[in-house]
Write a protein that binds this ligand. Sequence first.
Ligand SMILES: C[S@@+](CC[C@H](N)C(=O)[O-])C[C@H]1O[C@@H](n2cnc3c(N)ncnc32)[C@H](O)[C@@H]1O
Length: 279
Amino acid sequence: MSSTPTATPTTAPVPVPEEVGCLYDRLTALDTEAVGGSLHLGYWDVDDNDTPLVEAADRLTDMMTDRLRIDESHRVLDIGCGVGQPAMRISRRTGAHVTGIAISKDQIARASALAEGAGLSGRVEFRHADAMELPFPDNSFDAAIAIESIFHMPDRGRVLDEIRRVLRPGGRLVLTDFFERGPVPAEKQPAVDRLLRDFIMTLARPEDYVPLLRDAGLRFVELLDITEQSVRQTFEQMSQGSQEMQTVFDEEAEEKFSPASMIGVDEFGSVLLTAQKPL
Ligand SMILES: C[S@@+](CC[C@H](N)C(=O)[O-])C[C@H]1O[C@@H](n2cnc3c(N)ncnc32)[C@H](O)[C@@H]1O
């Protein structure tokens, strides 16, 4: 008699920030210029899946930026800033001053060099720091953004506490995160486990967000499940081999994680979350 594999909740080891830093130091040594410098998924409207990943990734940055409601008078914190492409784009589009932090020293060095080369040194700055202990005074930023970084951090609640502390009252936070949309069937679990292991991530659960925000003293504004517009289409594009980011994954993960293995894993989701520090 054969038995049907059943789903078990996904668990992954708690990320260690130093190990995440080393992972991104290694990725920084690869040529990520080809993917436009952003290290996040794209956003495609349902009928525009011909749009290249680089453009779709900028579109996600712009959607998030629009929710920050910022202008040239504002100071923005970018938590987990990568090599600075989103921070530079935010500053160019809005005129805001952006401070980016990342746990990878090599990313910070690359981001600083790119900003200087772009003539943006006065408007964007980058600093090596751990989001679990932000090196900034209370109420020092008007807005905060975290694009695909919180899933690398050991404690989402503590990061949100820190963000609330450094935001001024009324300041907005916009982030994207990966979450378990539903129980992952046993046959799909190995692909998810490989992704979480190779890229040192944990998955949230959909019911986590409201209590996490409440406990951190942040007001819930909006939660969008953007899986269909982001995760699904990014993995499809990367697995077609038409995207340069596939090369980045191949070189980093060798025989391990493959974007194609995530096609059809509809339980692996992405959310766009907006919150606000109460006035
Ligand atoms: C997937 S990349 C996203 C980079 C950037 N937001 C972008 O969209 O291009 C994740 C980022 O989170 C940063 N990160 C991970 N853990 C961190 C931590 N504990 N403190 C600060 N940054 C962290 C990494 O250094 C990396 O820059």
